[in-house]
Design a protein around this ligand. Structure first.
Ligand SMILES: *Cc1c(COP(=O)(O)O)cnc(C)c1O
Length: 537
């Protein structure tokens, strides 16, 4: 392989724009600007190569010694990396929350990367700082709908913050619970607060044995990570069973009371607006009442479902979200922004002062540096892409996209229900649903069968679902994901299901019908299918 000469002049050329872009880079730029989706479907051919095979291309830990020519290296990237990545733009890739992006993000993202602004402080971001604060304000307004004077007062105030922009839902959940913890165990007569004195001293000062959080079993695993990092421990994450897929307000209240009586204090109740596995929305309004009665923080994880608020038709599904003390949103999910765009929003603009940090060289007292209330330090100008999306699509554009996804999910659910060989397991509240293959007639058998036999049949159907999901993925034409869950119908033990997230507006009803047909064709060729026929009566 041809190597470049190590010289300062070569390195300087790498830092400045060459007269002529290396041929491979020029080719990539051309193809990307022509049609990204075509580029991806031509280049991404990963499906049939096993991960173990691909790992062979990445199995050396040797530091590359001498520089390579940009062009040479770009070829390697196309060949070894891009070719074996995943085409998230495909309309038949409907298994995850990651999907296609509007084309304008590509040039704008290039501008963002090129400018290399750092939002930790104004000295490296200038106009990007007020822009980010405005984006947080717009999203705050979408949820909380405060009067204009409220936003005039707080949007750019050095003493307030409407939220924290961050890399994603995980960091947003962490930030929200961090702010909640520091408010609960804040400074008090002769006590400097948990932020300075630490948890052990805080528990001693407040005379409590621990603090905990209640959510349903469908809560995102990032909540448990946050509990771990905040020092309160994963075991203090109380996750309640939810056969109906949502957190029961009565159960939460009972559990919260029991917890408070045990010498501990409830830090927060977390409601989910759009669970990752089934897309359900917890009864937010009722949970807000419960939090009020228990005197604890109310957090809503709306990482995926939050964008539903753009839809006048469906925003009521999230009723009660406006009563949350904090909210997690991910613009890189249903807002179609590239990854790295999470937000934690705070109802009370003073709350994040409980995590405010100062340093001598930046984040000085009274400065508007965003880094003083964010968990992360250096951050890019991603807010620009959220800002652009908000303007280019507008609320009306988002509403159309959201409505279409929800309605498409309903049509798909109908298709599954009508199909003799499939069973809808959870119906869509938003644009996420789960189902499984179930050979015709087995549904009746399952209803009549004694417990033991139900178990045996369900285990076989689980196997069938796993096999079909894997083979469909390997075949590379389409992709759905899978998970395991219990429902009212399958309360005794969880069942394995296909999980579909509809996000790509280019996915058609016909695509969905084809996906079912493909799954059925695969299923019918398996031995499990044949075995299952023995149970038909
Ligand atoms: C995706 C998701 C998260 C995590 O967000 P990341 O951006 O992946 O860190 C948290 N909660 C819910 C409900 C989610 O859907």
């Amino acid at each position: 392989m041809s190597k470049a000469q190590v010289s300062m002049s070569h390195l300087i050329r790498v830092f400045t724009k060459p007269e002529q872009l290396s041929s491979t880079l020029a080719k990539i730029e051309q193809q990307l600007s022509d049609n990204l989706a075509d580029f991806l479907s031509q280049h991404v051919v990963a499906k049939k190569t096993s991960l173990e095979e691909i790992e062979k291309d990445f199995d050396s830990a040797v530091v590359p010694e001498s520089p390579e020519f940009v062009s040479t290296h770009a070829e390697v990237l196309l060949d070894k990396l891009v070719a074996h990545s995943v085409n998230t733009y495909s309309p038949t890739f409907i298994g995850h929350m990651t999907s296609a992006l509007p084309y304008f993000h590509l040039p704008l993202a290039k501008l963002m990367v090129g400018l290399n602004q750092n939002l930790v402080k104004i000295e490296t971001s200038k106009a990007f700082t007020p822009l980010e604060r405005q984006v947080l304000g717009i999203m705050h307004n979408l949820v909380y709908r405060q009067p204009e004077s409220f936003y005039q007062k707080h949007l750019h105030s050095a003493q307030h913050s409407l939220g924290a922009f961050c890399s994603g839902g995980t960091v947003a959940n962490m930030t929200a619970l961090w702010v909640a913890r520091n408010n609960l165990l804040g400074p008090d007569k002769g006590f400097s607060g948990v932020s300075r004195a630490g948890l052990a001293n805080a528990y001693r000062h407040y005379g409590i044995e621990g603090i905990g959080v209640i959510s349903s079993k469908r809560g995102h695993y990032s909540l448990a990570k946050a509990m771990d990092l905040l020092g309160v421990g994963r075991d203090s994450m109380i996750t309640l069973d939810c056969p109906s897929q949502t957190l029961s307000a009565e159960k939460a209240l009972a559990e919260g009371k029991k917890y408070q009586q045990s010498g501990k204090k409830l830090l927060a109740i977390v409601g989910v607006a759009g669970t990752t596995e089934t897309g359900h929305v917890d009864p937010l309004d009722e949970l807000a009442d419960v939090a009020k009665e228990l005197g604890c923080w109310f957090h809503v994880d709306a990482a995926w479902g939050g964008a539903t608020l753009f839809s006048e038709r469906y925003r009521d599904k999230l009723k009660g979200i406006e009563r949350a003390d904090s909210i997690t949103l991910d613009a890189h999910k249903q807002m179609y922004v590239p990854m790295g765009a999470g937000m934690a929003l705070f109802k009370d603009p003073k709350h994040s002062n409980s995590v405010r940090h100062h340093a001598q060289y930046i984040l000085r007292q009274g400065s508007k540096d965003l880094g003083s209330t964010t968990l992360e330090g250096s951050r890019n100008g991603m807010a620009m892409l959220v800002y652009a999306s908000l303007h280019i699509l507008g609320r009306e554009g988002y509403e159309l996209l959201i409505n279409e996804s929800i309605e498409k999910a309903r049509r798909f659910a109908d298709l599954i229900t009508q199909h003799a060989n499939f069973e809808l397991v959870t119906s869509p509240t938003l644009s996420l649903l789960t189902y499984r293959v179930l050979p015709q007639g087995l549904s009746e058998t399952l209803q009549r069968a004694p417990h033991q036999q139900r178990q045996v049949i369900n285990e076989l159907v689980d196997q069938l679902t796993v096999t079909v999901q894997k083979q469909q993925r390997e075949a590379g034409k389409s992709f759905v994901s899978r998970t395991r869950l219990s429902t009212h119908t399958y309360a005794d033990s969880p069942v394995t299901v296909f999980r579909v997230v509809l996000a790509n507006p280019l996915t058609t009803d016909e695509d969905l019908a084809h996906i079912l047909e493909e799954q059925l064709t695969i299923a019918q060729t398996t031995q499990t299918w044949t075995k299952l026929q023995n149970y038909l009566t």
